[in-house]
Ligand binder design. Structure first.
Ligand code: PGA
Length: 251
């Protein structure tokens, strides 16, 4: 049985008070979440410790939204994988399209970050996905294949136990336009095949692949009912405990 995950990416939202309130709101409603669904929240760096404290003793794991591509030293403004792990984080999101697009994050950089994340004992949620032009040109299979090859193929089959892939079509992120369950499922199945081609069927079969992009309570059930969709990476709807928990309950 593959792990089912619903992860909330808070992005650059929530000041300290708001993050504390959001974490408490989620904690209060945890009894409603099916036991087979793992919840992860990814607050901004500045809120990680407080959120971790509120959620400690619960099954909710805390993730960072990014980490540095260096181990330590004179990199002003950067936060290392080890620092994140020392605050109690269990995961880090890497390769989000907002980082690739706005901060020039290349696959080579993501590989460096991933090595450091593994060395720090963090699981990685690797985001991939095509933009609207690529989708309209029918290149979505090719783009997602290349993103996986360029990053994951630098690692071993054993490493894959610490990887979760999130397919996030860029045209669906924050736009209110969700991929249809058929559009999402065909890429998820494709991603699984690409992973199988390098690491074997067993690894591919055990890989949790999340969907992200305007996932909300009204569409989560249909998306999560697809055979290759193992949960969601949720942005906007993760900022309200009611919506986040409702999505988790869609399983
Ligand atoms: P969204 O963001 O749910 O607000 O579309 C998803 C994401 O970027 O992870």
């Amino acid at each position: 049985m593959r792990k089912k995950i619903v992860a909330g990416n808070w992005k650059m939202n929530t000041n300290l008070c708001e993050a504390v309130e959001l974490a408490k709101g989620i904690r209060e409603r945890l009894s409603e979440v099916p036991s087979n669904v793992k919840l992860i929240v990814a607050p901004p760096f500045t809120n990680i410790e407080s959120v971790e404290e509120i959620l400690s003793g619960t099954p909710v794991a805390v993730a960072a939204q990014n980490c540095a591509d260096h181990d330590k030293g004179a990199y002003t403004g950067e936060i290392s994988a080890k620092m994140i792990a020392s605050c109690g984080c269990k995961y880090v999101i890497l390769g989000h399209s907002e980082r690739r697009t706005y901060y020039g994050e290349t696959s080579a950089k993501i590989v460096e970050k991933m090595k450091l994340a593994f060395a720090a004992g963090l699981g990685v949620i690797l985001c991939i996905g095509e933009n609207l032009d690529e989708r309209n040109a029918g290149k979505h299979f090719e783009v997602t294949r290349k993103e996986i090859e360029d990053v994951l193929f630098n690692f071993t089959a054993e490493d894959m136990a610490n990887v979760t892939v999130a397919y996030e079509p860029i045209w669906a992120i924050g736009t209110g336009v969700t991929a249809t369950s058929a559009q999402a499922e065909e890429i998820h199945a494709h991603v699984r095949k690409v992973i199988a081609s390098e690491f074997g069927e067993k690894v591919a079969d055990e890989m949790t692949i999340l969907y992200g992009g305007s996932c909300k309570p009204s569409n989560a059930k249909e998306l999560f009912s697809c055979p290759d969709i193992d949960g969601g990476l949720i942005g906007g709807a993760a900022l309200k405990p009611d919506d986040f928990i409702a999505i988790a309950k869609s399983y």
